[in-house]
Design a protein around this ligand. Structure first.
Ligand SMILES: NC(=O)c1ccc[n+]([C@@H]2O[C@H](COP(=O)([O-])OP(=O)(O)OC[C@H]3O[C@@H](n4cnc5c(N)ncnc54)[C@H](OP(=O)(O)O)[C@@H]3O)[C@@H](O)[C@H]2O)c1
Length: 227
């Protein structure tokens, strides 16, 4: 458990990404008591800087000793990075809040939406997971209904934005929009098909049961959170 402090050293893993950028902005907007911010990313971001409270901070390359003196580590750099570096950060004394899918279904790791099941935090062992973005929004709305009548079945349709696929996808949308409005051809790289002026009725890989991984995440994560 972390002792209460006047200010915390906060690391953001994936600080240059779509989600990491928002995390840093929210830490600032909410006036979270950050003593020091440690922005971490891959070697691709060496030499890059991020802005925090009007100051430009150099991005550091993530490595095993990145977490010395870190109180809270917000991870948002994909599941494989969380799997490898999450336990290293915990061992160094940080509380890890992980935004990837790496630890969500681990029975030892609480899967938390604060408005819904903050009680699950008690007894955490340093790693805390947050769910898939669609699950988060859905369970906030469903929690009072579930408490009142116990929900048996949920039928869900999600309409997901390009930003959910990360900064490369957002760049592709902007670039394809520019290409198409200039009467050119849309260059397809991140998605399997053109995404500008289009809607792809498919997210993530299909599983043997006919659903995609993204769809099954909503099923399993909702069950874990609502109990
Ligand atoms: N829970 C949710 O609501 C939610 C919503 C959206 C996304 N996500 C998850 O959040 C994560 C990030 O998504 P995103 O949209 O922000 O992606 P993104 O825009 O592609 O950004 C990825 C970030 O991770 C960093 N990174 C990638 N590989 C790394 C490595 N080996 N070592 C260190 N840093 C590395 C990148 O650094 P460079 O810039 O140096 O490459 C970048 O900062 C994913 O796991 C995604 O599934 C969760």
């Amino acid at each position: 458990m972390m002792n209460k402090k006047a200010a915390y050293t906060v690391a953001v893993v994936g600080a240059t990404g779509a989600v990491g950028t928002e995390m840093i902005q929210v830490l600032e907007e909410r006036n979270f008591p950050v003593g020091e911010l440690v922005p971490l990313a891959s070697a691709r971001s060496e030499g890059h800087e991020v802005m925090f409270r009007g100051q430009s901070l150099p991005v550091q390359v993530l490595e095993p000793n990145s977490f010395q003196g870190v109180d809270v580590a917000l991870f948002s750099a994909g599941a494989s990075v969380s799997k490898e570096f999450g336990p290293i950060a915990v061992k160094a004394g940080a509380v890890v809040i992980d935004n990837s899918s790496a630890w969500r279904m681990d029975p030892k790791v609480p899967l938390v939406v604060p408005e819904v099941n903050a009680h699950a935090l008690s007894g955490h062992q340093g790693l805390i997971a947050n769910p898939n973005c669609s699950t988060i929004q859905m369970v906030v709305a469903l929690k009072p209904l579930h408490d009142a009548v116990r929900i048996k079945r949920i039928i869900v349709t999600t309409l997901q934005s390009v930003s959910g696929t990360g900064k490369d996808a957002m760049d592709e949308l902007a670039e394809q929009t520019r290409q198409l409005l200039s009467f050119g051809e849309a260059k397809v790289e991140v998605y399997p098909y053109q995404i500008a002026f289009n809607c792809l009725p498919h997210i993530d890989d299909f599983l043997t049961n006919g659903y995609t991984k993204e769809e099954m995440k909503m099923v399993y994560e909702t069950r874990k959170i609502l109990g």
